[in-house]
Design a binder for this molecule. Sequence first.
Ligand code: ACO
Length: 335
Amino acid sequence: MYSSKIAGIGHYVPDNVVTNDDLSKMMDTSDEWITERTGIKERRWIDPKSDDTPSTMGTKAARIAIENAGITPDDIDFIIFATLSPDYYFPGPGVMVQDQLGIREVGALDVRNQCSGFVYSLSIADQFIKTGMYENILIVGAENHSGGLERSTRGRGVTVIFGDGAGAVVVQRNEEKGSGILSTHLHSEGKHAKELALEGPSTLRWVPEIIEANDPEDSSYYPYMNGNFVFKHAVTRFMEVIGEALMTNGYKPEDISLMIPHQANLRISQFVQKKLGLSDDQVYNNIMRYGNTTAASIPLAMSEAWQEGKIQSGDLLCLAAFGSGFTWASALIRW
Ligand code: ACO
């Protein structure tokens, strides 16, 4: 049986920087509140006049990942695109990346697992490579949150957190023994689906219904998050799923070279770091600069960490994510 490895990484973020002070001009919030509660200082929001969409940003990140892997788009056997904010309601953006990169008529799969979407995608790619079905799989995680956020005090609990961006990796058949993706673990608990959700427009709440209701109090077409509830579940599930990854492979927290947690809130990352007894050098965070970019967050952080020389051959990398669904997941990788 084959194993798989990450052969190339890339990321792309829109140019438009939105600081906490910029947000405080749109709603009742402050740099102090956002920094203290979330660690975020600024995020990127797509300039609506630009051609940035989840698929075009994803394509830009993918080009870099493919080049870093030392291959060309012709070598890609399968595409996986993770997002909660697709260009269109349907079709999903996987096929758009196939077109934009001029990739052969290979399969393109769209993954709907929000903040865990990238780790879920990694697990899918790993299984396809292990069975020998594919050799080079492109995974893209990209989000345009800004277009759908409520830019007023009513939406501040959600709006200040989210940012736009894209990250991509090439997952490749691995010839080396003992390296590559060692394990992935995936979980869900659907009874909490409504605690972090965007209800409409959807089949439960179609656009005509929303228009007909014409209700200024209606906020169902903006994302809803029960922040405290999500926070408490996030810290518990992060600990569990990281523990599961370490135990499966016979490792302890001190064996981790770098943990890249989904960038949901700096306080969540710091809580997990403290509980696991990890040093600052063992954890990578970039939420300060980008906010929560959901499916893009882990590949975006991994790409920056790699560029900064913080991921070296032989390192043990731990990825972990938690988010809407609820879904959560981890991956352990020997680089
Ligand atoms: N600026 C100023 N005040 C605010 C803001 C804001 N942006 N947002 C909320 N407040 C106020 C609230 O109204 C509340 O005021 P009150 O006490 O008078 O009622 C007060 O601040 C405290 O609000 P909380 O919601 O209790 O603040 P908390 O410390 O929990 O922080 C946050 C909120 C940042 C959302 C936090 O709960 C969090 O990070 N939750 C988890 C996020 C997460 O992990 N998401 C999962 C991934 S996302 C995905 O999957 C799509």
